[in-house]
Write a protein that binds this ligand. Structure first.
Ligand SMILES: Cc1ncc(COP(=O)(O)O)c(C=O)c1O
Length: 413
């Protein structure tokens, strides 16, 4: 019997098989780097993986033992698309602490905020719609919108996050062409990749602009709990907490508990949430009830509340180790910011150096980072790179910074 015809198709012909959406899909630069960083000898300042030391292994073991002792087989069943009832209640409490007074019909759980972004993209965006993105921004969101064939336009950031005057300029220029912006995707807290935090004044200004100009704010907040100093907390209140602002807010347990438990939550107007629920029903029916039950128990018994101060200290120590070592070792002409929380900082190389070209030399010195271009929808970022201080322990962060400084020095020669 001969093979089905498509198995014999030449590469060009196979393209015909794919949908228009599939044809624009492209590999992720960060995922591609994971082959390099899988080598334990490489110090990875690349991926945004949480530190394994942040995982509450003992508590999770205890919860798993209790759950298995008296297994509720209902957890092995399909669950509600909106999520585990108990965990939903816990999340309403978490939202309230962040200043968001939410009702149950305004909330849906999903397996990771990456899926949340995809579902939201599908219910909010058509091919050709305009989404404004911070420059630089999270490549996972860029990939998601690109796959939906959305037109992305960049808004620059400075040390206080996205620059509102520049946002107004972009909006004005599009308005004069008779074009409408559908949404602004923003990560106001310890942004990935810039590490910048949007100031409270700018949050209010962005919310006001969105109201006036009629676009939606898609606020992504995986890192807001990970501030280094308690004094920061008040400044991190989500835009979603500003009354009357047109926001859909998404957050996750990935960076404050464990990404392997694949649980995130989306808050927004009930009309949007019920559409997301319909999209989810066609996508995965429901997320894992077992994962959500574990998180529920962890939250209900105060595990998250107890762990957060420890996790904040852990990442502050990581951040200080990397920043201190960069200051000691980087040659003049290299610039970076000093994030006050989160996982990342953004570095600019001296003129003439390109982060993509330099990567091989860095890997030869056993350190990896992510070059800046995949983060920038406007094609910029060639001389920039993202450094992550989340995964590696402080000693390796210091070694990594020194190796990177050596690499830069060598390239400058
Ligand atoms: C800004 C941002 N959004 C979303 C995600 C995806 O997180 P998850 O799908 O694990 O919830 C990440 C992960 O790095 C992120 O940095």
């Amino acid at each position: 019997m001969s093979a089905p015809p498509f198995l014999n198709w030449e590469e060009g012909e196979v393209e015909e098989l794919f949908s228009r959406d599939a044809r624009v899909m492209a590999p992720s630069a960060i995922r591609a780097l994971s082959k390099v960083t899988a080598d334990p000898a490489i110090i990875s300042l690349a991926g945004g993986h949480p530190s394994a030391d942040s995982f509450p292994a003992e508590e999770i073991k205890r919860i798993l033992a209790e759950l298995s002792r008296d297994l509720d087989v209902g957890l092995l069943q399909y669950g509600a698309t909106a999520g585990h009832e108990g965990l939903r209640r816990e999340i309403l409490g978490i939202l309230l602490e962040r200043g968001i007074k939410a009702g149950g019909e305004e909330l849906i759980l999903c397996s990771g905020s990456q899926r949340g972004l995809d579902l939201l993209g599908r219910v909010l965006l058509d091919p050709g719609d305009i989404a404004l993105m911070e420059v630089p921004s999270y490549p996972g969101a860029i990939a998601c919108f690109r796959n939906l064939r959305v037109e992305m336009m960049g808004v620059p950031q400075d040390g206080e996050g996205l620059v509102v005057e520049r946002l107004e300029e972009v909006l004005g220029s599009l308005r004069s062409q008779g074009r409408r912006v559908k949404l602004l995707y923003t990560i106001p807290n310890f942004q990935n990749p810039s590490g910048a935090t949007l100031s409270p004044q700018r949050r209010a200004a962005v919310a006001e602009l969105a109201r006036r100009e009629g676009f939606l704010i898609l606020e992504d907040d995986p890192y807001g709990e990970l501030y280094f100093e308690d004094g920061e907390r008040e400044k991190l209140r989500p835009i979603a907490s500003i009354s009357g602002s047109p926001v859909v807010y998404i957050s996750t347990f990935s960076k404050i508990l464990a990404p392997g438990l694949r649980t995130a939550f989306v808050w927004g107007p009930p009309t949007v949430i019920s559409k997301v629920e319909l999209a989810a029903q066609a996508s995965d029916l429901c997320s894992s009830m077992l994962d959500q039950r574990i998180i529920y128990e962890y939250c209900r018994t105060g595990g998250l509340r107890r762990a957060l101060p420890r996790i904040r200290t852990l990442y502050r120590e990581h951040g200080e180790a990397l920043l201190g070592a960069l200051e000691e070792s980087m040659p003049k002409g290299v610039e970076w910011n000093r994030p006050r929380g989160g996982f990342f900082l953004w570095m600019r190389l001296p003129a003439g150096l390109e982060a993509e070209e330099m990567l091989q030399a860095a890997v030869a010195r056993k350190v990896a980072y992510v070059p800046g271009r995949p983060f920038c929808v406007d094609g910029s970022g060639a001389n920039a790179l993202r450094l992550s201080f989340s995964k590696e322990p402080p000693e390796r962060l210091r070694q990594g910074a020194h190796a990177l400084a050596e690499t830069v020095r060598e390239q400058m020669r």
